[in-house]
Write a protein that binds this ligand. Structure first.
Ligand code: ZN
Length: 189
């Protein structure tokens, strides 16, 4: 950030009085521009035992497979965001079910919130952000071509739980240190 979104004057990175982290502070109007993590909402959609996957038509990870997921918008619930992403990426009407996973992706300042979901209409398609979409049996999921670590986590926990006939909530932190991915799992609930 270089300029204040309030008055268009330059900002500088300083620790405001009473705070403990550097913030972008406007030298002109004094506005403190806080930056906080963003929420990605998504869902693992099952239909007749198969999982709906989309091949990404956009960067990052163009050409890799993912579950419908994307940035939450202001004015919607996280469940509505997950359902909207299913519609946008796979033209899929879904019923959002239980909470599946919360993944903290520290380096990119994101929290990924993933739900279980089912199709309410068997018809689906290919949204503008996707190259393909399809229903995949567990043994046909293209694991080496899954786009994101959080997607793989959600899919694996979903399938584990399904095998065990349960619906737990799973936690994972993904961080990068010295070029290494560090993954830490919390206790499932
Ligand atoms: Zn300003």
């Amino acid at each position: 950030m270089k300029f204040c979104s309030n008055c268009a004057q330059p900002v500088s990175l300083t620790i405001p009085a009473g705070d403990h982290l550097p913030r972008y502070v406007c030298g002109s109007c004094g506005t403190i521009h806080y930056q906080n993590p963003r929420i990605i909402a998504g869902c693992v959609i099952e239909h007749e035992g198969k999982i709906l996957l989309c091949k990404r038509a956009i960067e990052p990870r163009l050409g890799f497979w993912t579950i419908p997921a994307g940035f939450m918008e202001n004015g919607e619930s996280v469940q509505q965001a997950a359902a909207r992403e299913a519609m946008e990426e796979a033209l899929a009407h879904v019923r959002i079910g239980s909470l599946l996973a919360i993944v903290n992706v520290m380096r990119v300042h994101q929290v990924h919130i993933m739900f279980r979901a089912t199709l309410t209409d068997p018809a689906f398609g290919i949204g503008p952000e996707s190259l393909e979409s399809g229903l995949y049996a567990e043994e046909d999921i293209p694991w080496p071509e899954i786009a994101f670590l959080s997607t793989e986590f959600a899919l694996r926990r979903y399938l584990d739980d399904r095998r065990l006939g349960r619906e737990k909530l799973h936690f994972r932190d993904i961080d990068w240190r010295d070029g290494q991915v560090i993954m830490t799992d919390g206790h499932s609930q």
